[in-house]
Design a protein around this ligand. Structure first.
Ligand SMILES: [Zn+2]
Length: 208
């Protein structure tokens, strides 16, 4: 599988490109900054961007969607609960997804895992059952904040416990920001990430 993690902007953001080596179709995840560089990278690598995935609607993750769509003709994908927020920002959503939906990018399968808590319609993307793109839900050693609009510590606690901790330990974790590191695994985070080790919501809410 084609896969690239690309540092963009000035807030430690990661955008991602991934694709099918046979069909040369690609997905782009969270294009917000350095749009020309992202599109050029895909083109130079021989890939056509077919879909734009949105881990969530904050500007540092979705700010470049319209430009990428206009330049490539790619379709914008977001969770149905995030779609209204994007539309309010004048970002049209072509495909609204829900938990457990699957999108095919060539022969690569992207499974949608709804993980509300940082925002109501936040999602993680499980690519070919091996790479998990966690947006601002989970960082290396930490989790996303819950004090912004649509955030909820109870929901994030539930998402972490019911949606992420149940995944295989060898699944690779690729976060939406470089806070704490650029890459990990579910097993390593379960062992070391304080937000994954909490046994109660109260413990989770009392973390510094
Ligand atoms: Zn965010």
């Amino acid at each position: 599988m084609y896969f690239k993690q690309i540092t963009v902007g000035h807030m430690g953001n990661f955008a991602y490109l991934f694709g099918c080596e046979e069909t040369k179709e690609a997905g782009i995840v969270d294009p917000a900054f350095n749009i020309e560089k992202l599109i050029e990278t895909a083109v130079n690598d021989g890939y056509k961007i077919k879909y734009i995935f949105t881990t969530h609607g904050h500007f540092d993750h979705a700010g470049g969607h319209k430009t990428v769509a206009e330049r490539t003709g790619a379709k914008i994908i977001a969770h149905k609960k995030e779609a209204a927020i994007l539309k309010n920002k004048n970002i049209p959503v072509d495909i609204e997804v829900e938990d457990q939906d699957e999108i095919k990018v060539g022969k690569v399968t992207v499974k949608i895992i709804h993980t509300p808590g940082h925002t109501a319609g936040g999602i993680c993307l499980l690519i070919d059952n091996q790479k998990l793109l966690t947006g601002d839900t989970l960082f290396v050693g930490d989790c996303g904040r819950t004090d912004l609009a649509g955030g909820s510590s109870a929901e994030l606690y539930r998402s972490i416990n019911e949606k992420l901790k149940v995944l295989r330990n060898d699944i690779e974790v690729y976060p939406g920001h470089s806070y704490g590191g650029s890459k990990s695994t579910i097993g390593h985070e379960k062992a070391t990430n304080q937000t994954m080790k909490c046994k109660t919501l109260r413990e989770f809410e009392e973390l510094p």
